[in-house]
Design a binder for this molecule. Sequence first.
Ligand code: ATP
Length: 721
Amino acid sequence: MNGSARTSQGPGAAEQLSLDLPQANAPVRPISLHDAADVLRLLDTWVEAGWLQPLDTAFARFLQQIRADASGLLLLAAALVSHQLGRGHVCLDLAATLHEAQRVLDLPPEVSADSEPVDLPTPGHVLVSVSLAEWLAALDSPVVSDGSHPTPLVRGGHRLYLYRYWRYEQAVAAAIAERVHAPLTDDELPVERVRAAIDALFGAPPASGGADWQRLACALAARSRFAVVTGGPGTGKTTTVVRLLAVLQALQYAQRPAGGGGRPLRISLAAPTGKAAARLRESIADRVNELRYDSLPGGADLAHTIPTNVVTLHSLLGGRPHMQARRHHAGNPLPLDVLVIDEASMVPLSLMADVIAALPAGARLILIGDKDQLASVEAGAVLGEICRRAEQGHYRPDIADWLARATGMHVPPALIDPQGSALDQAVVMLRYSHRFGSHSGIGRLAAAVNEGRADDALRQFECSPNDLALLQMRGDRRTPLARLVVEGIDAAAEGTTAGTEAAHGKRLRRGYAHYLAKVAQAPETDDPAAFDEWAVSVLEAQRACQVLCVLRSGPWGVSGLNDFIARVLHREGLISAYTGWYAGRPVMVTRNNRALRLTNGDIGVVLPYPGQGSAERTLRVAFPDGGAGVRWFAPNRLDDVETVYALTVHKSQGSEFHHAVLVLPPARTPVLTRELVYTGITRASAGFTLVAPGSTDPFVEAIGQRVYRSGGLGDALDTLR
Ligand SMILES: Nc1ncnc2c1ncn2[C@@H]1O[C@H](COP(=O)(O)OP(=O)(O)OP(=O)(O)O)[C@@H](O)[C@H]1O
């Protein structure tokens, strides 16, 4: 039985649609999509096949219980809304589903080559003769509203939402709209003061040359209560935001009442994950110290008004997510004038809605992030949707004039658009990577991938052997991969002297033998300080190389690769065991642990530690303490950790490694997209190696495959004029 749809003539195709739905030990009988019982039966077969979660059908059943007259098409839509939500989609796009069900729903889910295909009617089959008008008509029910009153489902045009998610989207769009429609006035933000502050921080504008986007970003963001600074790795997002905060504090200082008084702006810096917060914390202090404060109002005092601490959004808001138990919410707003959120691409819609609810009406919100990176695993690609038009600028002529006065720089004419929306005037894209420069292979590879130029991307591996490598393997032979993970790429340079190593600079692309060699050099004394110092050096060396992969399971997923790498390292005599707890095992925390102050994503290494009162050493896990030191934990105190020789690209977001090794699966899979490859490449700071088992076809196909995310935030924001 292949579940193909048959339609008969006459109006109302779905009404007449019949399907051969297989039932165990029962004669096949046709089903109607208008029949609730038939659809529930179909949904059950999808759950049995593992295509849907029980929760998805439970939601459809719940609707049928409260509305016995609910159409089968409504129940189908409800189950699919729930299914989509579980996959990071804020809503079900009905029109897109009818147009390309497989791509939108990933049903049946793409299976690995060795699993049995399941022979069931797919959503694509069952919806083949349903029109959008017919599906929308079936949603004409008291359980679906336009959101003006609470109902289980809300329809906005051709999108269907759970009420809660529709509210989140509306709230985020409304808060952005309010802010971008009320930019600071000339009185609040005298342009000559902005110019003076910008000149003091950036120096005089260059007489010629292209636009300095950091300078423009600083001014544009200063005039808006909502601002976004997006850009690829090393484009100076952090540098720009620190200067922006200095401008804001200088302007605040200049406005203080004569004779003193007034207070500096209350600023908080936050990031969506502990890892991202720690990374920003590491870089921000340097940027704050580098600033030239002398000619700013307030002078050196300003340095103390720019925070260097960075917290996670969850700890900023306090309490637990989704529990209605946040400490800060609309009734108890955050005591802030400015909130900066770094790595904003990782903030899901629900968290952004919580942040916005807790932000005082007059407070500024500044988002920093790379719009082209993978969006959050949870529903909502907030930054991506806000930045849909960032590339083309769309700055209005009056804003371009203001920017010329505020910065001494001109916006390139191609980016000026008299029809630009209010939101366009609040978004800036930084376009030049100071980390990679125009000669860096990593930078050029990332750009080629981002722009969908697969051939050019492949060519980069030949053009830039200093920082890029492509490891193609034939058949099942994994020997080259084994060598790579042990030795890295510049194996020959391993034996060089420190001087030569420095000459190689950051180009040295290590494997795991590098940090395991340090693991083997435990202090001979039992002095805890010596152990701390040693652990710090091990942890730093451990960050020199990281294998990234696409999938969680299977031989080319996290589990298979972790097992493979551990066995290789064991065979090489670099670790004493390949399962359980052993010295050198790198582990990642998979759940926040408040008691131990460990955050999901923290990476530590198992090391021997002096035993108490005995000469024996015991195993402990060393984690960075967020500063220059380490914290040690007994393994039995760590419940939620996993080995991290290999890490999914998703989990690596917000982290950076000296040498990133991206291992692709041998065949295409829907999660392997352009955004994922780009995110993997941009985790590398000095060297990037692509491992392609079999052929580079999956890499090429991935570059042509954009992530599909349904949500209405971008459309809602586009209507802001
Ligand atoms: N205008 C500039 N001129 C020269 N160097 C710069 C400039 N802006 C930034 N840099 C340098 O480039 C590097 C990256 O800057 P920064 O950390 O601000 O970028 P980012 O976009 O925040 O990076 P990330 O991708 O890590 O988030 C830093 O070493 C910084 O000092």
